[in-house]
Design a protein around this ligand. Structure first.
Ligand code: FES
Length: 237
């Protein structure tokens, strides 16, 4: 176990944990948007910045990436950390002013409104969709491409996401509702990736279950016979 100090509290954290994990474990809250259970930390949003101290020197680090170290001293709400977080939250709000999650994060930091306007899309480049698609679903249908102001989440070469299975995980994890999906008359469309999928119907009740391609993917991945998905979970009981 490592001995660390967070906000003057002496705590212990197992080797390999990040500062964010240690803080959460001990009930200390740090805002974090691009960190999520089930995917590797990525350090994109910078909302989780905290100040760490080594002797007389201090610096800001992303707590979702920085590992707990023996003797580490952390201040989660120092003046510098809060100032950095506010700048980040304001930029995020300027980019995605209608996203409830972004509004809530900004409001918690005292920002209710910004006059800044960042033109572009609602995507805040947190890459939760990319990482979930790759690490949880195992499809790797989308990725981050380009640099600077051109940076975006897109299918390979900006074309159709051929490897997309239509599960919609990217839609569910997107904190700004940037990714649009609908199910109409047995067809699922994920508009951002220019893909559509035929939905499978339950052979008992006739309700749509999920895209056929998604069921084939999970049948192979989990070793479950495909006909297991002929009926929906309700009719299977
Ligand atoms: S949660 Fe740490 S950078 Fe986003």
């Amino acid at each position: 176990m490592l001995n660390i100090t967070i906000n003057d509290r002496k705590l212990q954290a197992p080797e390999g944990w990040t500062i964010l994990q240690a803080a959460r474990e001990h009930g200390i809250s740090i805002p974090a948007l691009c960190d999520s259970e089930g995917v590797e930390p990525y350090g994109a949003c910078r909302l989780c910045m905290v100040e760490i101290k080594h002797g007389n020197r201090s610096r800001l680090v992303a707590s979702c990436l920085y590992p707990a170290e023996e003797g580490l001293v952390v201040e989660t709400d120092s003046e510098r950390a809060l100032a950095a977080r506010k700048v980040t939250a304001e930029l995020m709000l300027a980019r995605s002013p209608h996203a409830k999650k972004v509004q809530d994060i900004a409001a918690a930091l005292g920002i209710k409104h910004t006059d800044l306007v960042i033109k572009g899309t609602d995507c805040i480049l947190c890459a939760l969709c990319v990482r979930t698609c790759r690490e949880v679903v195992g499809a790797s249908a989308i990725s981050l491409s380009n640099r600077g102001v051109e940076r975006e989440v897109a299918p390979p070469l900006g074309e159709t996401a051929h490897d997309c299975i239509g599960c919609g995980s990217c839609v569910y994890v997107c904190p700004t509702n940037f990714i649009k999906m609908d199910d109409v008359d047995g067809v699922r469309k994920i508009h951002n990736w220019k893909v559509e999928f035929k939905m499978k119907k339950c052979k008992v009740c006739g309700n749509y279950i999920a895209p056929e391609k998604q069921l084939e993917h999970f049948s192979k991945k989990l070793g479950i016979p495909l006909d297991f998905f002929d009926t929906c979970t309700t009719c299977r009981k």
